[in-house]
Design a protein around this ligand. Structure first.
Ligand SMILES: *[C@@H]1O[C@H](CO)[C@@H](O)[C@H](O)[C@H]1NC(C)=O
Ligand SMILES: *[C@@H]1O[C@H](CO)[C@@H](O)[C@H](O)[C@H]1NC(C)=O
Ligand SMILES: *[C@@H]1O[C@H](CO)[C@@H](O)[C@H](O)[C@H]1NC(C)=O
Ligand SMILES: *[C@@H]1O[C@H](CO)[C@@H](O)[C@H](O)[C@H]1NC(C)=O
Ligand SMILES: *[C@@H]1O[C@H](CO)[C@@H](O)[C@H](O)[C@H]1NC(C)=O
Length: 617
């Protein structure tokens, strides 16, 4: 109800803004400020509406779980992703530290939810003994596992969660609650940093869940998490397992630069240029107001980041027809990457605002350093904005100084990305995932939590609100030669934060084989009585593969790890085409998983019950 009321007020503001016909740059800027101020209020509420247990848009979500979007079909985003949740909480924690004390209960709920979530066995693996389950990207909104086929693991999640929780721990320490930081929150962070230290050098799905390789965004955040972990563990007097990997991770981060731009996904050949909004989102998520611009952490003000920004943004000038005619040096609608075809390949709200945030960050860093070095690498970026620019050092000066003029030009460039966002935000302020590349009409998931969170962080930076330094200056320089290394993690349930006291979860592989003649377009699943096999919820059943299917031997198969010693009821279920109802076997089958340490078992079954027919659609 509150949300709807605030929307009505907001629409009125926009309407009067549109009629006001601003006369000067000052009016234009004031109108943009009004938009940002209104939209950031709507956006903060929009994010909160998607968090359990009380979020108005997400009934059924448990306390502390951030739902990606209320959208249940086309696309189905009614799940909780570790990445989106951590980025949203980082925003809420910063808002809380900036003074919005109402947000503390969300943070406390999140801490509890994540402590439990770390221990949940899932298709990426178990929590004990090696932390593998923490690479799982998404879960049901009640914190149970998601069994569907997915791009897993995604190794940015633990790093991002650690970063969010470290920010809150630092606040606790400054406010006389070091003991809570040490006993309740550190055990969660410690698991996450152990995960990063052990697995940073293994491939991962990227933040768009499409590409398995090494992802710039992931590596950048992994480095930040470990650097902050070193400092926090010192402050708390605890040991950080895995943090010793920070210099190697930083070393690896340097290899994403190809001489002209950041190749966002390496160790993969996906036929793309590598120009990807990944690199802008990475830079803003490791922004440090105290950083030096030549820091190898690749801050927004780094020459390579700026060069990459120009090349990347310019690809979108060509890609989307809504950007046609917008001159160089003026903001455009920004998407994931030029070759994108998901939902037709469109600009995203959260990446367009990220472009603005990136530029506000860079300006803040130059102003804080009182200087700017333009070099051959960054020259082209500045040329579009300030044609008189030269390769040299600019020191800060009065308001007519070249330094001040360049700052104004980059700030105006940032504002122009916000103005593009404003143009394509519907009058009620709701932020979907994307907007149409030809018409600008919102599309894909409605009320995307990440879109809202990204708008709020952009408006914080625009307003000159910066999270305190994360210590990038203290990051140990990368070694001259990079090595492929790993530190074995130490994993233990964070019981003081509410995690169940799981001991080593012993699982045994069970292969389900069923002979079932199917028509092209029909799919098979295993469904059963435990969470591991979907707890009789067909949306969470285990998808089977037909890779060895022949007419003579119509084999469907899937292997899953089930808890040793447990008895499971299960059956097979057919998914029909053309929205026909699912067909279940009539009988319930039973299996008993062998004892811990046993070899895996295979169920050799034949379909019983009704078979399907292809629909006409
Ligand atoms: C592992 O690290 C080495 C050294 O930095 C690097 O060459 C290699 O590409 C990395 N592999 C992955 C998958 O991270
Ligand atoms: C970098 O840009 C230069 C000049 O356009 C070009 O000659 C070179 O091939 C580019 N290198 C890469 C790796 O794209
Ligand atoms: C807001 O506007 C969008 C786009 O016009 C629409 O899809 C959505 O349902 C509206 N939301 C509310 C809460 O009215
Ligand atoms: C958790 O279980 C272990 C092993 O059973 C036990 O040693 C430990 O005290 C338990 N911790 C808590 C907090 O209950
Ligand atoms: C048998 O299967 C159905 C789902 O088809 C399930 O609802 C029911 O609980 C199962 N019964 C037993 C005893 O497992």
């Amino acid at each position: 109800m509150y949300f709807l009321l605030s929307i009505v007020g907001f629409a009125g503001v926009l309407f009067s803004g549109a009629n006001a016909a601003p006369h000067s740059n000052l009016d234009v800027r004031a109108a943009l400020d009004d938009f940002v101020s209104q939209q950031s209020t709507v956006s903060l509420q929009g994010a909160l509406n998607n968090i359990g247990p009380d979020g108005s848009e997400v009934p059924g979500a448990k306390a502390g779980f951030v739902v990606a979007s209320p959208s249940k079909v086309n696309p189905p985003y009614f799940y909780t992703w570790t990445r989106d949740s951590a980025l949203t909480l980082k925003m809420l924690i910063d808002e809380f530290i900036f003074g919005n004390t109402n947000l503390q209960s969300y943070i406390e709920d999140y801490i509890h939810a994540q402590a439990v979530l770390q221990t949940v066995s899932n298709p990426s693996g178990t929590f004990l003994p090696s932390g593998l389950g923490m690479g799982e990207p998404k879960y049901q909104v009640d914190g149970t596992r998601f069994n569907g086929a997915w791009g897993r693991p995604q190794r940015d999640g633990p790093a991002l969660r650690a970063i969010a929780l470290i920010s809150y721990s630092n606040w606790l320490m400054k406010n006389g609650q070091s003991n809570k930081a040490k006993t309740v929150i550190w055990p969660i962070i410690s698991n996450d940093l152990s995960y990063v230290g052990e697995y940073w050098n293994q491939t991962t799905f990227d933040l768009w869940e499409e590409t398995k390789g090494s992802s710039f965004f992931t590596v950048q955040n992994q480095n930040r998490a470990l650097v902050q972990g070193i400092q926090l563990s010192k402050d708390l007097g605890v040991k950080c397992t895995g943090c010793d990997q920070a210099p190697e991770v930083l070393c690896f981060l340097q290899s994403f630069w190809n001489g002209n731009f950041t190749v966002s996904n390496i160790n993969v050949d996906n036929g793309r240029t590598g120009l990807d909004g990944n690199s802008i989102l990475g830079a803003i998520s490791i922004f440090d107001i105290d950083a030096y611009c030549d820091s190898p952490t690749m801050q927004p003000c780094h020459s390579k980041s700026l060069a990459n920004f120009k090349v990347l943004i310019d690809t979108f000038r060509e890609t989307y027809s809504i950007n046609k005619g917008i001159p160089l040096g003026s903001g455009v609608a920004v998407g994931r990457y030029a070759e994108d075809v998901y939902m037709g390949g469109n600009p995203w709200y959260l990446i367009t605002t990220a472009a603005a945030e990136f530029l506000y960050d860079a300006v803040a860093q130059w102003k804080a350093r009182h200087n700017l070095y333009v070099d051959e690498t960054s020259l082209a970026f500045f040329k579009d904005l300030y044609p008189a620019v030269q390769v040299r050092k600019y020191d800060s000066g009065n308001e007519n100084s070249p330094f001040a003029q360049i700052m104004n030009a980059v700030t105006a460039y940032a504002d122009s990305f916000v103005a593009i966002t404003e143009k394509y935000v519907p009058s009620n302020g709701s932020l979907a995932e994307q907007f149409n590349r030809d018409t600008g009409v919102p599309l894909s998931a409605i009320d995307l939590t990440w879109s809202y969170a990204a708008f709020v962080t952009m408006s914080q930076r625009k307003a000159g609100k910066y999270p305190s330094s994360w210590g990038s200056r203290n990051a140990v320089a990368p070694p001259a030669t990079c090595s492929a290394t790993s530190t074995t993690g130490v994993f233990a349930p964070a019981t003081a934060a509410g995690a169940p006291n799981v001991t080593s979860t012993c699982q045994v592989g069970v292969t389900f084989n069923v002979d079932a003649t199917t028509y092209y377009g029909e799919n098979l699943y295993v469904i059963g009585s435990t969470d591991d096999v979907g707890a009789w919820d067909v949306d969470n059943a285990l998808p089977m593969g037909a890779g060895s299917y022949t007419p003579a031997d119509p084999l469907w198969t899937v292997t899953s790890f089930l808890n040793a010693g447990e008895t499971v009821s299960y059956k097979y279920v057919r998914q029909e085409n053309c929205d026909q109802p699912y067909l279940y076997e009539t009988q319930n089958r039973t299996l008993t998983v062998p004892a811990c340490g046993s070899d895996g078992i295979t169920q050799a079954d034949s379909w019983t019950g009704q078979v399907g027919t292809a629909g006409t659609c």
